[in-house]
Design a binder for this molecule. Sequence first.
Ligand SMILES: Nc1nc2c(ncn2[C@@H]2O[C@H](COP(=O)(O)OP(=O)(O)OP(=O)(O)O)[C@@H](O)[C@H]2O)c(=O)[nH]1
Ligand SMILES: [Zn+2]
Length: 185
Amino acid sequence: MEKSKIANLPTKFGNFKIQSFKENDKEHLVIFTENLPEIPIVRIHSECLTGDALGSLKCDCGEQLQKAMEIINENGGMIIYLRQEGRGIGLFNKVNAYALQDKGFDTVEANHQLGFEADLRDFSIVEEILKEFNIKKIKLLTNNPKKEFSLKNIEVVKRIPIKPTPNPYNEKYLKTKKEKLGHKL
Ligand SMILES: Nc1nc2c(ncn2[C@@H]2O[C@H](COP(=O)(O)OP(=O)(O)OP(=O)(O)O)[C@@H](O)[C@H]2O)c(=O)[nH]1
Ligand SMILES: [Zn+2]
């Protein structure tokens, strides 16, 4: 794992530090506060270009990212931004999945139609990154209990939920996450 230098990242949510970690061809990001408490709040965020950057209402990613930045700016911690777009299938395939969703398939069925499992993400790099920062215990900002279980050598002392705001476009997505993907919503 190759790591970049640490730089300042002032944002509208507060001042952060930023560092990039390379895993093969993937360039992940870590955004963290100057003061890291002994048990920091950590958000493990999977890339969603449509939600994070374009303001898409189909999912809760953009909202979760912004809330995470606010909470972490206030309490100290980090966002580990993983470049695994579309739960690991990539942007191109996610757009094809969205086209299937326009025809009535849910988020899981659309993946299956394209020949993918529902969730292909790999969180193994998270432990390596936390080790770099000497972090052994965290408070995890997520609605997805699976993320907790993917961390073997890190103690998750608390799971902090981030409640999404329902809208007509994300209703079905949130329902599927709850019923098929085990999210606590
Ligand atoms: N394949 C696919 N990926 C999607 C879809 N909608 C969002 N994503 C991706 O899903 C990932 C986010 O996963 P979520 O299931 O929303 O949330 P989570 O990370 O498991 O859990 P939280 O920590 O609670 O956010 C991002 O990589 C998004 O690009 C979709 O319809 N199909
Ligand atoms: Zn999203």
